[in-house]
Design a protein around this ligand. Structure first.
Ligand SMILES: NC(=O)C1=CN([C@@H]2O[C@H](COP(=O)(O)OP(=O)(O)OC[C@H]3O[C@@H](n4cnc5c(N)ncnc54)[C@H](OP(=O)(O)O)[C@@H]3O)[C@@H](O)[C@H]2O)C=CC1
Ligand SMILES: O=C(CO)[C@H](O)[C@H](O)COP(=O)(O)O
Ligand SMILES: [Zn+2]
Length: 339
C-alpha cells in the first residue's frame, strides 16, 4: 500500500515521502490524535549530538498517539475501533529482559519512523483497544502514562515494603503523571512532589503535599522518583540522595544529554538502590488502559495537561505545532491529525 510518511530530514525541516508498505496480516490504522514528547523536540531542535542526528535522520517523529482502525486482515479489531499505538516493536522475546530493553527492538521516532504518517500499518500486537467513549485528546499521550506505569510496576518489585511516603522530583508532565499513578497504585502512601514552579505545582491537586525545592527543611521520604531530565537532573538527584531515608529506592526517569555526577559516597552510606526506566511495553499499555477503566477520574486529572490542540493539515502545520510546543508554559501539545 502506498503511504505518505512525514519525515524530519534535518532540524526544523519536515518533508513528505511516499513509501510502499506490505499489508499482509497487518492492521491499517488512521492516526487521529498525536502528542509531542521532549524526545521529539530534541530531534526537531537538533539538540542531540551530531552523530545521533546523522545516524537517526531522516525519520518520522512522534511515539505518542491514538488512531482508528480502517481495516484488519487479522480479524482482531473491528473497523472504527479506537486504539492506542504502541511505539516499541520487539523482534524477539526474552524470558528475563523486557521488550523495551531488548537492543533488538525497534522504537518509533527513535531510529525508526514514528507516527507522523498518513496510515500506520502494524501487527495487531502493536495496538491496544481503548474504551469507545474515551477523551481522545487525553488518550493521545497514553504512551507517556504507560512509561509512568512501567516505572511504578518495576518499583513494586524493587523497593522495600515500607512505602509510607514517596517523593516525586519534577513538576512537569512526567512528574504529574507519575504522581497520579502512584496515588492510584499506593492509595495509603503520602505522595510528596518537589518542584521549581509554584504555578505548576498548584495543578497537583491530588497529591498529599507540594514543596518548592529551595524551601528549607524539606520532608524526607522512603523512596523517590526523578522526573526532571536535562541539567535539572543533577540538582534533583543530589537533593533526593539527601532527603531519602536509608535503604530507599530511587527511580530515574529524566533523560539527560550529558553524564550526571552522583554522590556515590552517600548512596553507599545509605544503602540506596537506583534504577533507570525507559519507554514501556505492551503489558504496561494494558495496565494503563485497565487503570483508566477502574479509575475514570484519572482521565479528568490528565485532561488538565492538555495545553493546546492544533489541527494539522499541512507540513507547515506540523512545524507550527512543534514551535508552539517549545513556547508552552506547561502541559502537552496535541495534534489533531487530518493529513
Ligand atoms: N524514561 C522515559 O521513558 C521518559 C523520559 N522522559 C524524560 O523525562 C523528563 C521530563 O519530561 P517532562 O515531564 O515531559 O518534561 P517537563 O519539561 O514538562 O518537566 C520537567 C520539569 O522538571 C522541573 N525541574 C527541573 N529541575 C528540577 C529540580 N532540580 N527539582 C525539581 N523539579 C525540577 C522543570 O522545571 P523548569 O520548567 O523550571 O525547568 C519542569 O517543570 C525529560 O527529560 C523527558 O525526556 C519523558 C518521557 C519518557
Ligand atoms: O520519550 C521516551 C519514551 O517515551 C524516551 O525518552 C525516548 O524514547 C528516548 O529515546 P531517544 O534516545 O530517541 O531520546
Ligand atoms: Zn516519549
Amino acid at each position: 500500500m502506498l503511504n505518505t510518511v512525514y519525515r524530519l530530514y534535518a532540524p526544523r525541516s519536515f518533508q513528505p515521502i511516499v513509501l510502499d508498505a506490505p499489508i499482509v496480516d497487518k492492521v491499517i490504522v488512521r492516526p487521529t490524535y498525536l502528542s509531542i514528547c521532549n524526545a521529539d523536540q530534541r530531534y526537531y531542535q537538533g539538540t542531540r549530538s551530531k552523530e545521533v542526528l546523522r545516524r537517526k535522520l531522516p525519520m518520522a517523529l512522534i511515539h505518542e498517539g491514538v488512531g482508528e482502525v480502517v481495516s484488519d486482515q487479522t480479524g482482531v479489531f473491528s473497523r472504527g475501533a479506537k486504539v492506542v499505538l504502541l511505539p516499541n516493536d520487539p523482534t524477539e522475546t526474552d524470558p528475563v529482559i523486557a521488550e523495551n530493553y531488548l537492543t533488538s527492538s525497534h522504537f518509533c521516532g527513535s531510529g525508526y519512523d514514528g507516527f507522523l504518517q498518513e496510515a500506520m500499518i502494524l501487527s495487531p500486537e502493536r495496538l491496544v483497544e481503548l474504551p469507545r467513549d474515551i477523551n481522545l485528546e487525553v488518550a493521545a499521550f497514553t504512551e507517556l502514562v504507560s512509561v509512568a506505569v512501567h516505572a511504578v510496576s518495576r518499583f513494586e518489585g524493587i523497593a522495600h515494603n515500607r512505602k509510607q511516603s514517596i517523593g516525586v522530583w519534577g513538576d512537569g508532565n512526567l512528574g504529574f503523571i507519575v504522581s497520579l499513578v502512584l496515588r492510584r497504585v499506593f492509595p495509603n502512601a503520602e505522595v510528596v512532589v518537589y518542584g521549581r514552579n509554584r504555578e505548576k505545582l498548584n495543578d497537583f491537586t491530588f497529591v498529599s503535599r507540594i514543596c518548592l525545592v529551595d524551601e528549607e527543611n524539606l520532608p524526607t521520604v522512603d523512596h523517590a522518583f526523578e522526573c526532571c531530565g536535562g541539567d535539572g537532573s543533577i540538582a534533583a538527584i543530589d537533593q533526593i540522595i539527601d532527603r531519602i531515608r536509608p535503604e530507599g529506592t530511587i527511580s530515574l526517569l529524566g533523560v539527560s544529554e550529558n553524564p550526571v555526577p552522583i554522590n556515590t559516597r552517600m548512596v553507599l552510606e545509605k544503602g540506596l538502590r537506583l534504577f533507570g526506566s525507559s519507554r514501556s511495553g505492551r503489558k504496561d499499555f494494558e495496565r494503563t488502559v485497565a487503570l483508566y477503566e477502574s479509575n475514570p477520574e484519572m482521565l479528568e486529572y490528565l485532561q488538565s495537561l492538555v495545553n493546546e490542540v492544533r489541527v494539522i493539515r499541512s507540513v507547515s502545520d506540523i512545524s507550527a505545532a512543534f514551535e508552539a510546543d517549545i513556547r508552552k508554559p506547561m502541559g502537552k501539545t496535541i495534534m489533531k491529525w487530518e493529513m
